[in-house]
Design a protein around this ligand. Structure first.
Ligand SMILES: [Zn+2]
Length: 351
């Protein structure tokens, strides 16, 4: 393949990727809502105007329309363009890797063409819904299963299984301790089958970038978290005082307990089953607290709270917003897929 051919193919890969990215936007929006991804024609979310082909031209339509609907001028999220551009770049990179790193291994190219869309879709859905769709993780695990047969020499079969085992244990602990979700666990188990020991490169990159972002986010959200925590405390105090006044459902003197709950799209969910029943005098009125919380914190998207009760007072309330790891783990998986061997070899060479 000559240099000119390489450039032409790389550009074609970019264009093909942008078209796939455009389709991924539809998958991201519609599959979590269980809507069909093919039958419905695309339309503007504000005015409902049906979109023409030139409104849906990947990447460029968004740029030329300056992120606004041609018909009603309402804003269109840059997310669409970012998804298209990211897929385009991935496809282009995959082609370059195919040419220079993988010695024209067609299966590597085919795997990339499936893997990257999955990573982009699961990242975007995780951001939107705080959930990694299991069909994405299963598809990655299937790629992992197939690679036992297709790439038996590159990674020995037991390496994949050992990596799988370690990731399973590691993530099960992180899920139990908190911070990671079950979706993250499924994703990384699938990735371990696919990547073998390279999954630790993915893990390292994912957790590193996730931690940096998490720190920035914590800093940014601090004020909001405090305000919401304060609101919850006010509600809890009133509710608890009422319980005390009527002498039902309160924590006995000298004891304490924590009410643990979460908020999802403005809906509170309290895990009453975690209450230590023997320190309570009677059962607390569950529905009342949930209902008041629902009325007062409608606008909050995702977070968890803890209400600390000691004897006859609500001592304090801690509230923190939830953070997604899917996009960072995906970034790590993509990097490990491309250059994981280089990084591992380099790291091993240090000793
Ligand atoms: Zn419109």
């Amino acid at each position: 393949m000559s240099d000119i051919e390489t450039v032409v193919y790389a550009v074609l890969a970019f264009i093909f990727g942008s078209v796939i990215g455009s389709f991924l936007n539809v998958v991201i929006l519609r599959t979590p809502l269980k809507q069909s991804i093919i039958t419905e024609p695309s339309h503007c979310f504000s005015c409902g105007h049906r979109l023409a082909w030139y409104d849906m031209f990947p990447i460029f339509s968004w740029i030329f329309l300056r992120g606004k609907c041609r018909y009603c001028k309402s804003k269109i999220s840059p997310r669409y363009m970012i998804v298209e551009a990211a897929t385009a770049c991935f496809y282009c990179l995959a082609f370059i890797a195919f040419r220079f790193i993988w010695d024209f291994d067609v299966w590597k190219l085919v795997f990339s063409a499936i893997l990257f869309p999955l990573l982009i879709v699961l990242s975007a859905i995780d951001i939107d819904h705080f959930e990694i769709p299991y069909w994405c993780s299963i598809s990655i695990a299937v790629l992992g299963g197939l690679s036992f047969l297709l790439f038996p020499d590159e990674i020995v079969w037991y390496e994949r299984l050992i990596a799988f085992g370690i990731v399973l244990v590691l993530f099960a602990i992180m899920v139990l301790v908190g911070g990671m979700g079950g979706g993250d666990l499924q994703l990384m188990c699938g990735a371990a089958l696919l990547l073998g020991y390279k999954v630790f490169v993915a893990l390292f990159i994912g957790i590193l970038f996730g931690a940096v972002y998490g720190t920035i986010k914590k800093f940014r959200d601090k004020k909001d978290e405090r305000v919401i925590g304060h609101t919850i405390k006010g509600i809890a105090e009133k509710w608890y005082q009422n319980q005390l006044d009527r002498e039902i459902g309160f924590v006995m003197d000298g004891h304490d307990d924590v009410i643990v709950g979460s908020i999802s799209e403005g809906n509170p969910d309290i895990e009453w089953e975690f209450l230590e029943e023997k320190v309570w005098k009677g059962l607390p009125e569950k529905a009342k607290l949930t209902q008041t919380l629902r009325e007062k914190i409608k606008d909050e998207r995702e977070g968890g709270f803890k209400i600390y009760i000691k004897g006859d007072t609500v001592e304090k309330v801690k509230y923190s917003r939830r953070m997604v790891f899917g996009p960072f783990l995906s970034l790590g998986i993509a990097a490990a897929w491309f250059v994981g061997s280089f990084i591992l070899n380099w790291y091993m060479g240090l000793f």
